[in-house]
Design a binder for this molecule. Structure first.
Ligand SMILES: *[C@@H]1O[C@H](CO)[C@@H](O)[C@H](O)[C@H]1NC(C)=O
Ligand SMILES: *[C@@H]1O[C@H](CO)[C@@H](O)[C@H](O)[C@H]1NC(C)=O
Ligand SMILES: *[C@@H]1O[C@H](CO)[C@@H](O)[C@H](O)[C@H]1NC(C)=O
Length: 417
């Protein structure tokens, strides 16, 4: 073979390798970005090393630029290590997203440990925000300035949550910590209030002690959701909050059914009214007697996910706490031994009450589904979905020293026929 021919066929081979790998690179880049997978170029370069004459020494750290999936330039000469932008648990135990460290710092995230075995450049990025922020990141944490140090009060502190795209339908907001000034003795959040606006559903104004509580809010498809904490500097109190804001996809298995402000997924557990604490309120109400802890003017559903093979659900007062169902009437006027018994349970309810649809007690069906008074005996229902509806009105005058409710639930397997 003539020397010239050998030379040109070698050239052809080089060009062919170059182009085929380049096209491969573009292809995988496009695939990667459509799958929202991030790519990292590794130092090994088998395509290049297959032919030393190409002598393309790839692999400097500068090529580890973020957002590589959108810039496939350097692709042909590297093998591609991939990791997906999964949810990760940071070494601070908060939830984050696994991203390239540069992307994390560019988006004002905080790296909390590595999250990929493919590359040390991938870190668990935690998004933490305080007053005046906006976010589109899943699992953003919203807290008072200087958290966990308390905030003395004054002004309004808000975060605006915009879904990144139309695949997000709902927010779950977990009150990891939420301690605000208590409501008045009439159950009004007039000193401090957490409000959540802009969603498709109404969230009551919330104040007092609510760590461990949560709410679900649907996006309305048009506006962002604003979470806002308003506090009064004139009232001395150690406020503190840290809320976890979780975005749920429209087809997520953990989406709360529409209309449920709260949603419990375990087979058994407990739930309580907002600001529930066993101790009485120290505030007086408008007629000068010891006020209620219950928040006034609420109407919402507390839903429980029915587990497989379950036919009914039973609600009980949390036994260790005799005040765990004190919704109407004067707690102090009743012999404490009678609290939580059938003698102080009422179904004649027009002001503050809970609704348990199609209830039975001791195997007997009850005519009314409303419960109020100062006691609730074990109540079972087969009505589905499992939901307890709660109502409070705006007049708490006669609800002296009430706490609200703190109930346990357990789901009952279907009978074997
Ligand atoms: C590498 O280049 C040589 C010419 O230097 C060529 O003959 C050979 O086919 C190439 N090898 C590969 C694997 O493409
Ligand atoms: C690449 O980065 C690693 C740490 O990330 C460092 O140890 C190494 O020296 C860097 N190499 C070059 C060529 O910059
Ligand atoms: C957001 O994070 C939660 C975990 O807190 C996860 O269950 C959920 O699927 C994530 N949402 C999206 C849209 O990825």
């Amino acid at each position: 073979m003539p020397a010239a021919a050998t030379h040109s066929s070698r050239l052809l081979a080089i060009v062919a390798i170059f182009f085929s790998s380049y096209i491969l690179g573009i292809y995988s880049a496009a695939r990667a970005s459509s799958q929202q997978v991030q790519q990292v170029q590794q130092l090994e370069a088998p395509l290049a090393s297959q032919n030393d004459s190409l002598d393309l020494q790839a692999g400097t750290n500068s090529s580890l630029a973020r957002s590589d999936s959108r810039h496939p330039r350097w692709f042909p000469f590297y093998t591609i290590g991939r990791f997906s932008n999964d949810i990760c648990t940071g070494n601070n135990l908060l939830l984050g997203t696994c991203v390239i460290s540069g992307e994390c710092s560019d988006n004002s995230g905080v790296g909390a440990g590595s999250c990929s075995t493919i590359t040390s450049q991938a870190i668990c990025c935690i998004y933490q925000r305080t007053c005046g922020a906006s976010t589109s990141y899943n699992n953003t944490y919203f807290y008072n300035s200087n958290y966990p140090a308390p905030y003395a009060g004054g002004g309004r502190c808000s975060i605006v949550v915009t879904p990144p795209d139309s695949s997000i339908c709902q927010l779950r907001v977990d009150f990891l910590a939420l301690s605000l000034a208590p409501p008045t003795g009439d159950g009004l959040c007039s000193t401090d209030a957490l409000t959540i606006t802009g969603g498709a559903s109404q969230v009551p104004s919330i104040c007092g002690e609510n760590s461990g509580q949560h709410v679900y809010v649907d996006f309305n498809g048009v506006s962002p959701i604003t979470i806002s904490v308003a506090t009064s500097a004139g009232y001395t109190f150690n406020r503190q909050w840290q809320l976890q804001i979780r975005m749920l996809g429209c087809s997520s298995a953990t989406l709360a059914p529409s209309g449920c402000l709260q949603y419990y997924m375990p087979t058994s557990g407990t739930f309580a009214s907002f600001n529930y604490v066993s101790a009485a309120s120290s505030a007086l109400n408008s007629i000068g007697v010891q006020g209620t802890r219950q928040l006034a003017n609420t109407r919402y559903g507390i839903c429980i996910r029915k587990a497989a093979g379950i036919c009914s659900i039973t609600y009980r007062q949390v036994g260790s706490d005799t005040y765990s169902f004190t919704l109407t009437n004067d707690v102090g006027a009743v012999d404490p031994a009678l609290l939580a018994t059938s003698s102080v349970q009422s179904q004649d309810c027009t002001t503050d009450y809970i609704v348990i649809p199609a209830p039975t007690q001791g195997g007997v069906s009850l005519a009314s589904d409303r419960f109020c008074g100062l006691g609730l005996v074990s109540t079972t229902t087969s009505a589905k979905p499992f939901v307890v509806y709660t109502v409070t009105d705006g007049n708490e005058d006669m609800d002296i020293s009430n706490r609200g409710f703190y109930l346990s639930y357990s789901q009952n397997a279907c009978p074997i026929l």
